[in-house]
Ligand binder design. Sequence first.
Ligand SMILES: Nc1ncnc2c1ncn2[C@@H]1O[C@H](COP(=O)(O)OP(=O)(O)OP(=O)(O)O)[C@@H](O)[C@H]1O
Ligand SMILES: [Mg+2]
Length: 254
Amino acid sequence: MSPSLRTEQLTIRFGGHAAVHGVTCAFRPGELTAIVGPNGAGKTTWFNLVSGQLTPTEGRIYLAGRDITGLSPSARALAGVGRAFQLTNLFPRLSVLENVRLAVQARRRAGGRLLSRAAADRDTVAEAMRYVERTRLAPVVDLPAAALPHGDQRKLEVALLLAMEPQVFMFDEPTAGMSVDEAPVILELIAEIREDRSKTILLVEHKMDVVRALADRIVVLHNGELVADGRPDAVMALPVVREIYLGVGAEEAA
Ligand SMILES: Nc1ncnc2c1ncn2[C@@H]1O[C@H](COP(=O)(O)OP(=O)(O)OP(=O)(O)O)[C@@H](O)[C@H]1O
Ligand SMILES: [Mg+2]
């Protein structure tokens, strides 16, 4: 299957330091890839390049074969790059349902769908309600977003992301800062997105138990460079990866 997302020789330098350096990789629909690597490896910077928060010094980004390197973050979002927990379109005083409905509407407007006003309203509410139910927010559907407990706000952010129907879902440490009660639901929601085998999911994650449970593939970044890419067991067994993670193997490698 042709890749949904591809980065080619993606590089960004801050001063003399290359935070991401020559990263070339492609991701297919139906694949959940964990992006791992030590602190400062360049994972979030690579995400920022893909979602458009940063502009590369060199290299290109392609979405379904289309060069999106020059697009703004919002244009990329509408094109299908869905980055979680970066949403600026959450309205604190509007209800859960209204927030999701507005996201559905925004996507439809961008898609230029034509319906009569009344039919469109019924339709967007019904669709919004499906995302509300899918993210387990039905019990709080009428509450203002600002009144939700933290865990429910994160679920609402996932609902808004789903409502945009992106081709690529990007999660950067999705359970960071969450309690042990809240984290499993978010991981469950990510696992459910994966069941729809047409989507590409990228997950930056430090917790290796989460990576093992969810990932079809692991990409390892280290000092801004892609140093390993493949099936989880194979990647985790590589000497270079063991060295990065455990500090072992340096002697054998020398
Ligand atoms: N705007 C910036 N200006 C200068 N340096 C930056 C900037 N953004 C990131 N960096 C540097 O780029 C490198 C990669 O940082 P990045 O945040 O991408 O790492 P990370 O892999 O996400 O780490 P963590 O696991 O801690 O989140 C670091 O050395 C960081 O200091
Ligand atoms: Mg990071």
